[in-house]
Design a protein around this ligand. Structure first.
Ligand code: NAP
Ligand code: F7E
Length: 324
């Protein structure tokens, strides 16, 4: 009988970590999820799989913890999803963001190189690296012009991944993922913030939704589709970097319009803009070209923009119903 495959997932408690762990369990993997210590458990997103996933403790800031965990788990595949991932926080805490998001990835790569060099490595890179975009749509060859300490940190981690592949021959892939959302998205990100507010306003629980830049355009997909792409990258014959995106771009205003329409309201009657929510630098337009992933990995998104907005608003309405 062949050995059960083992996967180590950092960022287990985050949006993508929870979807990826479920996906890997469904494929028969033994899943180890790296969790950092906190005074209160943050396992809400993985409640449903706590009996199946093995929690291991460590922190991307602590090299020795990563080496210990890799030695204990002996993973065949490593998915590095942990990061300080919120762009506004990266302006407020640029050094912490670099420690976790940039150097954390290097720590993971170095730990793998020394402890389990045969493992396959996935780095959660980001469309934020394209920043002030030099061409549209963006693909694997588009130049990077990051516009935030977060984008800059992800760029460092991206090149650390490429360099480890080229210098040491490890199987390391960088997935350049465009924005992906779900009912499990953190509440401070704009899609979840809008979906939650639309639901609450429709039930008379809130009056106004304060937002920043309504003109920013993003290529929004569904997180469940995107974790499948991560896995496909590590099953390929050769390690490479891939853009993962839907190829469609919409503005924050478009998201508002759809979300409020879903609850029978006009967004213009409830949304106000607030200067404090405008970023020091903005990424105005993102839209990805994922044709390489389609061609080499057979990956395609299954959820449309309209389907995503409806899924997120309906999930917020269902939560309100359940709490009544
Ligand atoms: P998320 O919900 O913010 O999750 C981040 C995860 O990182 C959480 O589990 C968090 O743990 C963990 N973490 C933070 N600092 C850590 C540290 N010092 N040591 C260990 N773990 C730490 O992010 P996500 O949306 O799932 O995204 C997953 C990854 O993809 C991130 O690297 C993100 O930057 C990247 N990405 C996301 C998108 C997107 O649209 N979602 C697009 C491109 C790339 P706690 O729960 O303890 O805070
Ligand atoms: O902002 C605008 C904001 O915070 C999207 C992360 O997962 O995707 C995410 O980064 C847009 C921006 O995501 C508000 O200015 C307007 O233009 O939802 P977001 P993000 O910054 O695109 C990338 C790919 C990642 O890798 C990141 O980890 O929406 N916006 N008003 C607002 N944004 C927020 N958060 N809140 C507002 O009130």
């Amino acid at each position: 009988m062949s050995e059960r495959r083992r996967a180590l997932v950092t960022g287990l408690t985050g949006q993508d970590g929870s979807y990826l762990a479920e996906f890997l369990l469904g494929k028969g993997y033994e899943v180890f999820g790296l969790v950092r210590r906190s005074s209160m458990p943050r396992l809400e997103r993985v409640q449903g799989i706590l009996g199946e996933v093995q929690i291991v403790y460590g922190d991307l800031i602590d090299q020795s913890s990563l080496q210990r965990v890799m030695g204990d788990c002996r993973p065949h595949e490593i998915y590095n999803l942990a990061a300080q991932s919120f762009v506004p926080t990266s302006f407020a805490e640029p050094v912490l963001t670099a420690e976790v998001t940039a150097l954390g990835a290097t720590r993971m790569l170095e730990a793998m190189r020394h402890v389990c060099p045969e493992a396959r490595f996935y780095q959660a890179s980001s469309s934020e690296m394209f920043g002030a975009v030099r061409e549209t749509p963006q693909n694997e060859l588009t130049p990077f012009v990051p516009q935030s300490p977060y984008g800059l940190s992800k760029l460092y981690a991206h090149w650390a991944t490429v360099q480890h592949r080229e210098a040491y021959g490890v199987f390391a892939c960088s997935g350049i993922l465009f924005n992906h959302e779900s009912p499990r998205r953190g509440e401070e990100f704009v899609t979840r913030k809008i979906a939650k507010a639309a639901a609450r306003i429709s039930r008379g629980l809130q009056e106004v939704l304060y937002l920043g830049n309504l003109d920013a355009r993003r290529d929004w997909g569904f997180a469940g589709d995107y974790v499948r792409a991560m896995w496909l990258m590590l099953q390929a014959d050769e390690a490479a970097d891939f853009v993962i995106a839907t190829g469609e771009t919409n503005s924050v205003r478009d998201f508002c319009s759809r979300a409020f329409e879903r609850v029978g309201l006009r967004w213009e009657d409830h949304v106000e803009t607030q200067e404090a929510l405008i970023r020091p630098l903005e990424v105005d337009l993102l839209v990805g070209d994922a044709s390489l992933a389609e061609e080499r990995l057979g990956w395609e998104p299954t959820i449309t923009f309209e389907g995503l907005v409806e899924m997120m608003v309906d999930a917020e309405l269902a939560k309100l119903d359940a709490s009544e």
